[in-house]
Design a protein around this ligand. Sequence first.
Ligand code: NBP
Length: 482
Amino acid sequence: MKGDIGVIGLAVMGQNLILNMNDHGYKVVAHNRTAEKVDEFLQGPAKGTDIVGAYSLQELVDKLESPRKIMLMVRAGDVVDSFIDKLVPLLDKGDIIIDGGNTNFPDTNRRVAALKEKGIHFIGSGVSGGEEGARFGPSIMPGGSPEAWPFVKPIFQAISAKTENNEPCCDWVGNDGAGHFVKMVHNGIEYGDMQLITEAYQFMKDGLGMTHDEMQSVFIEWNKTELNSYLVEITSDILGYKDTDGEPLVEKILDTAGQKGTGKWTGINALDMGIPLTLITESVFARCLSSLKDQRVEAEELFGKKKSIVEGDKQVWIEALRQALLASKIISYAQGFMLMREASNENGWDLNYGNVALMWRGGCIIRSAFLSNIRDAYDIDPELSFLGSDSYFKGILENSTSAWRKVAAKSMEVGIPMPSMTSALTFLDGYTTARLPANLLQAQRDYFGAHTYERVDKPKGEFFHTNWTGKGGDVSSTTYNS
Ligand code: NBP
C-alpha cells in the first residue's frame, strides 16, 4: 500500500506532525536531508507505527499515492526553494507540494505562481502550536492553489485541534500566500498578547510590590474571566515556578527578548498597507528596546531612576489592570483584523474572518475563549470594519475605559513602561475622534511643499493650494498618497 502523504523534515515539527497523522490512520512517508535522522526516527518515536522512511526524494515520490502530497517541514527560505527545485522534475502534473513552515507570504505568492505554470499545486500553510500542537492538534492555516485543498483537507482537518464544539481549527484561508499571511498576523498578535501580559506583570511587581505567589494567583483568577487563554495560563505557571534555590526562576532570566521576524513582518506589512497596527508594532519595538540591555543599565544609573511605587488599594488596581489588559487585547485583535481586511481587499483573497478566529480558537499559542466572541462578531457582520464596534466588544471597551485610563495615567506618572497598553488607548482615542489635527498637518505640508489640501466645505477630490507667505508661487506638487 502506498503512502497517503510524504513529509520532508524530521525536526521537532515534522516528527510530531507525522506521528499525529499516523494516529489518525494516514500512512506517512518520512524523509530528511540527513538520512540518519530517518533511521533515528523510525527506530525511536515512530517505532511500532505504520510510518515508513524514504532515503531519497525519488524513493519518497515512488512510495506515494497519486496525486502525491508532499509536505515540507524545513527551515523557511532558500531550503524550501531548493526542495521544490529538486522535487519538481520527479513529480507529475496535479501533484501537491505543501510548505508548512514559517514562510514570509510573498515567497508563497511567488511559489504558487511558478508551480502553477508547471502544473504542480502548491499550498503554503501556517502551522501553530509548537511541539505539543503538532503532536496532538495544531491550528493549521492553509492557502495557495485551491484545486489542491480537497485532497489535503481530510488529513489536515483530522490532525488539527478542535474547538469545544468539535470544529476543526483548520480551514481553507484563500489563494496565493493567504495562509501564510494569516499565520504571520497570528504571530504578530502573539507578540501583542505576550507584551500586554508582561506589562501587567511589571505593574504588579514593581508598582504594587506583589510577590510571585500573589501574581500567580492573580493570573489564575484572570484565567477564569474573559481573559481565559493559553498565554495567561502559562504565565501563572511560570510565575509559580521556583528555581533549585526556591526563588522564582523568572527573575533569573535575562530580560532581553528574542524574535524570529514574524512580528517585524506584520509591522512592515501594516506600514506598507497604511494600517495603524500600533499595538503589535509597539510590541516588536518593546522587544528591540529590551535587547539594549547594557545601554538600559547605564541609562538607569545616569538618570537616577527611582522605584516606581503605585499607592492605593491593591485589589482595586489589580481589577483595573485586568480591564486595561482586556481592552488593550481587543484593540490588538481589532488592528490585526483591520490588517487582514486590507490585505484581503488588496489581494482579492476574500478572507472569512469568522473562520480565521475559529482556526485560532484551539491548538495555537493565542488560543483563547475570546476568539469565540470574535467569531460571533463576524458571524453577525462578516464585513465588520472595526472589531470594537461589535456590541459585545464595544460594551467591554466602554466599561473598561475608566480603569484603563487610570492604569495608563499611573504608569506614566510613576514611570512604568507600558507601551502597548497605552498605545492601544491612544489608538482608541484617535479612532473615536471625528476630527483629528491632520488639518494642521495638511496645512504644514502645503506651506512648505505645496502638497495641496482638500477642504471640508468642498467635495472630496478637489485639491487646493495656498500661497501662505505671499512669496511662494502658485504651482503645486502633484497629489498622490504613498
Ligand atoms: P527547523 O526550522 O529547525 O528545520 C529543521 C529541518 O530543516 C531539518 O529537517 C533540516 O534537515 C532541514 N534543513 C535545514 Br535547517 N537546512 C537545510 C538545508 N540546507 N537543506 C535541506 N534541509 C535543511 O525545524 P522545526 O523547528 O521543526 O520547524 C520546521 C518549520 O516549521 C520551520 O519553518 C519553522 O519556522 C516552522 N515552525 C516551527 C515551530 C516550532 O515551534 N519549532 C512552530 C511553528 C512553525 P537536517 O536534519 O538535515 O539538518
